[in-house]
Design a protein around this ligand. Structure first.
Ligand code: ZN
Ligand code: MN
Length: 483
């Protein structure tokens, strides 16, 4: 069937992980590793008579994110109660914000650019408290008991909702990666922490029914869940079966989405203004104060890399969106590495090698001095690019410096003309048929060069080898009449 347009929107919940305390009480916000139900107090448990009081730093962090996402910050925002009855909610309501019914969220509108310059619009940003964490005895489907850990209840969350501007699962993932880079750059949220960034997605095909997918645990899973859902909906459409408007759950073990509930039955949250928290006025001065303290953001960094170092758009985008990669790049340049060559190594082999080795870019074995040394070895003509790849891999694995590896393994490039002539002659003698073909066929010339490389274990200077092989062929052509 014909390709139908796909529209994907995301709803992301990010914990503000650098706060000392929860959103409305003094309980420590860093609950990871603590015994269950030890970070709780009458306020986050909603006991009668307790009063919530908003964490000022959480609002500052929210405003910083809103500025970074080009959103319009509300002058006067309000908190609302979202009521529902579920074991993860000790109060039976969540203090949240609401865009409607007279409610005003922290910010509305805005956008973020993903690679290629595409703009993904933001619909709204709001602050709310995290529910408790549920643990199931057995699996979620056939568990015999549900355990509640309230340590997470009341931790500050930022909810970011996009417009349905993404057209394929890869764009959704790119958006999330970019957003994570911005949050980390601002120092408000560490997306590496388990459960710190959670995502729901909605998707519709061909302008049809919108299906929501919940419970997606990682960015990789977002891409998988959306890809599955596209296939599922396409198959329904191909058989003329209507796609139901519903909420589906991503089962990351079976890697399928399963129906959770039909949209018609969606709960009524009975939103109403939180009577214990007065509306919060946000002054222009407050916003300006935060704006002035913002660090250089990924997009600004990308522009600077292009302007200051002449990087290609693609390299600048990839490096600037990743804080660890940016740091590595800038250290390499500071140590005298050529920015363009360094950037090519970073976005090319370094990223794929570290992935292959399961290494983080922050691993001490990924040191800037290795990259700089490698680039210098190639520049000075000491090693070929092919050998350099091998050296980089070995150096990441072993922590030996590239220079030491080259010395120990005798990998210096062979630029000795007399030596290379001998090798070429040997190759010609062993491949008489190929030599005759190479007189008319450039592909076979490359084959001969490949043979020289093989004999020298990749150490032959490629330019010099090409000249010698071509020269020898010319002489054969000139000497013997073409048959
Ligand atoms: Zn508390
Ligand atoms: Mn929410």
């Amino acid at each position: 069937m014909a390709e139908v347009p796909i529209r994907i929107g995301l709803e992301i919940h990010c914990q503000l992980t650098n706060l000392r305390t929860k959103l409305f009480c003094g309980c420590p916000a860093d609950y990871r590793g603590s015994p269950p139900n030890t970070h709780i107090c009458p306020i986050c448990m909603g006991l009668p008579g307790s009063l919530p009081s908003p964490n000022k730093k959480a609002i500052e962090d929210g405003v910083a994110v809103a500025i970074a996402l080009n959103s319009e910050i509300s002058k006067r925002m309000t908190f609302f109660r979202k009521n529902y009855f579920y074991p993860d909610l000790p109060k039976n309501f969540q203090i949240s914000q609401y865009d409607g019914g007279g409610g005003v969220p922290l910010a509305r509108g805005g956008y973020l650019h993903i690679e290629g310059g595409k703009r993904i619009r933001i619909r709204r940003i709001q602050i709310e408290e995290d529910p408790a964490k549920l643990a199931y005895e057995g699996t979620i489907d056939d568990s015999t008991a549900t355990l509640v850990d309230n340590n997470r209840a009341g931790v500050a969350l930022l909810e970011i909702v996009t417009e349905p501007d993404m057209e394929d699962p890869k764009e959704a993932r790119a958006f999330l990666e970019k957003l994570r880079g911005i949050l980390e750059c601002l120092g408000v949220s560490n997306g590496e922490l388990e459960g710190a960034m959670r995502c729901d997605a909605n998707i519709s095909l061909g302008g049809g029914t919108r299906v929501e997918i919940k419970n997606i645990s990682s960015f990789k899973e977002v891409e998988r869940a959306l890809t599955f859902e596209i296939t599922r909906q396409r198959q329904l459409l191909a058989r003329d079966i209507e796609v139901r408007r519903e909420t589906r759950h991503w089962d990351d073990v079976r890697r399928i989405t399963v129906s959770l509930r039909a949209k018609e039955e969606e709960e009524d949250y009975r939103y109403f203004p939180e009577p214990d928290i007065v509306p919060i006025e946000i002054s222009e001065d407050f916003i300006e104060g935060i704006r002035k303290r913002l660090p250089e953001l990924p997009d600004q960094r990308r522009e600077r890399y292009i302007r200051q170092f002449g990087l290609q758009e693609h390299n600048a985008e990839l490096i600037s969106s990743d804080n660890a990669l940016s740091k590595l790049f800038e250290e390499c340049v500071r140590m005298g590495g050529d920015p363009i060559e360094v950037s090519n190594w970073l976005v090319g082999d370094l990223i794929s090698f570290t992935r292959e080795l399961g290494m983080e870019l922050t691993d001490p074995r990924v040191s800037p001095s290795k990259i700089v040394e490698l680039v210098k070895l190639i520049r000075s003509g000491s090693i070929s690019t092919k050998i350099a790849k091998e050296v980089l891999m070995e150096s990441l694995r072993s922590d030996e410096s590239p220079e030491d590896i080259v010395k120990r393994r005798g990998l210096l490039k062979i630029s000795d003309e007399a030596l290379l002539r001998d090798v070429v002659e040997e190759v010609f003698t062993e491949n008489e048929k190929a030599v005759r073909e190479a007189l008319h066929d450039e592909d076979v010339v490359n084959f001969l060069i490949g043979q020289v490389m093989r004999k020298t274990k990749g150490k032959a200077d490629p330019n010099l080898t090409y000249e010698i092989v071509k020269g020898s062929l010319e002489r054969i052509k000139g000497g013997a009449p073409d048959s």
